[in-house]
Design a protein around this ligand. Structure first.
Ligand SMILES: C[S@@+](CC[C@H](N)C(=O)[O-])C[C@H]1O[C@@H](n2cnc3c(N)ncnc32)[C@H](O)[C@@H]1O
Length: 331
């Protein structure tokens, strides 16, 4: 079961940008509740009529968060579902409580998941090849590594793990089936890499199987597809007119830990904030595009060195925040 929850990453900045400071009814959504660290900070900093909806695919995480947030029991709705079911679960709460003012995605796996060997996320402990965030899901890491074709595995490792030697590793995985344990697979992956790559990884202090494990985990949990599917739903429901005393509308915040998920957030925010999609070179804008987001953080913000020293998990975090613009009636 769960170990001690990790410190929420960039929590002061997340609270500064997402907490609802007044006493009007409002909804905040934490799409990735985990141990409830960000949720507890947001509830503590927000007005007493702010209600928090928390998603997690992992029932253990949800229970951990429920205990941590017990003091706010009448201000929370916890949902055991993937966050791409955003509209279905959040729209009724918005109808009942009030405008959606903040949405947070703190992506990836939690320390609790990584530190529990039986969940099979990490090569640091001996465990089954599982990697499911939701243990009710049928597809496991074992199924993927033991049944996918070389081409499929190569794509997962290259596209989701950003592994340069994806082809070599994919062939080694297929030639040495079956695979059953995290450590067994991690050793095989390390051996499949050129010696220079193994040395370079060790010099950086990372295990040579880190990228491949990331690729397999992202494939098992369909992480990028779910993130891409959730963002437009959150944008649609976010409060679009300045209904608060501070004049702010609904905000979306993403904390990403690798370039693939950060790229999805960056593209989504910059597309929605774009006021013109005419081909380059046109003398005047003819597209009539109305942006529906404005960027609150200019580019991605990163944690301070002090935070990284205190919480190494924060090392690669990139925070992006955007705010819903008022809907313009063009009729
Ligand atoms: C990095 S942790 C969040 C930590 C949390 N912010 C805190 O302060 O404790 C990410 C959590 O999001 C969950 N998660 C990841 N992808 C999800 C998805 N598509 N739908 C729902 N939960 C997801 C994971 O199960 C994990 O518990």
């Amino acid at each position: 079961m769960a170990t001690a929850p990790h410190d929420p990453v960039m929590a002061d900045r997340v609270v500064e940008l997402l907490a609802v400071r007044d006493d009007k009814p409002a909804v905040i959504v934490d799409c990735t509740l985990g141990a409830g660290g960000h949720a507890a900070r947001l509830l503590a900093a927000s007005g007493s009529r702010t209600h928090l909806v928390g998603f997690d695919r992992d029932g253990d995480a949800l229970e951990l968060a429920r205990n941590r947030l017990a003091a706010y029991a009448d201000r929370i709705t916890l949902i055991h579902a993937p966050f791409d079911e955003f509209t279905e679960h959040v729209a009724p709460v918005v109808d009942r409580i009030g405008p959606l003012m903040s949405v947070l995605y703190d992506l990836g796996v939690s320390s609790m998941q990584l530190d529990t060997p039986g969940r099979g996320f990490s090569f640091r402990g001996f465990g089954p090849l599982d990697m499911r965030m939701d243990p009710d899901q049928t597809v496991t890491a074992a199924e993927i590594v033991n049944t996918a074709s070389v081409a499929e595995l190569e794509r997962y490792l290259r596209d989701f793990g950003e592994e340069r030697h994806a082809g070599r590793i994919a062939r080694a995985i297929v030639e040495n089936r079956p695979h059953t344990t995290t450590i067994g697979l991690a050793d095989l992956i390390a051996q499949a890499l050129p010696r220079g790559q193994r040395r370079a990884d060790r010099a950086k202090g990372i295990h040579p199987a880190t990228r491949a494990f990331q690729g397999i985990r992202i494939a098992v949990n369909s992480e990028l597809e779910r993130f891409s599917a959730s963002l437009p739903q959150a944008l649609d429901l976010a409060a679009a007119s300045a209904v608060r005393p501070d004049g702010r509308s609904g905000r979306l915040a993403t904390l990403a830990y690798h370039s693939l998920e950060d790229r999805i957030a960056k593209r989504f925010f910059s597309d929605a904030a774009d006021s013109c999609i005419c081909p380059p070179g046109l003398p005047v804008c003819g597209c009539g595009r109305v942006p529906n987001l404005t960027l609150v953080t200019k580019g991605a913000e990163t944690p301070s060195q002090d935070e990284v020293d205190a919480n190494p998990r924060a090392r690669s975090a990139r925070l992006r925040v955007a705010e819903r613009l008022p809907v313009v009636d063009l009729t």
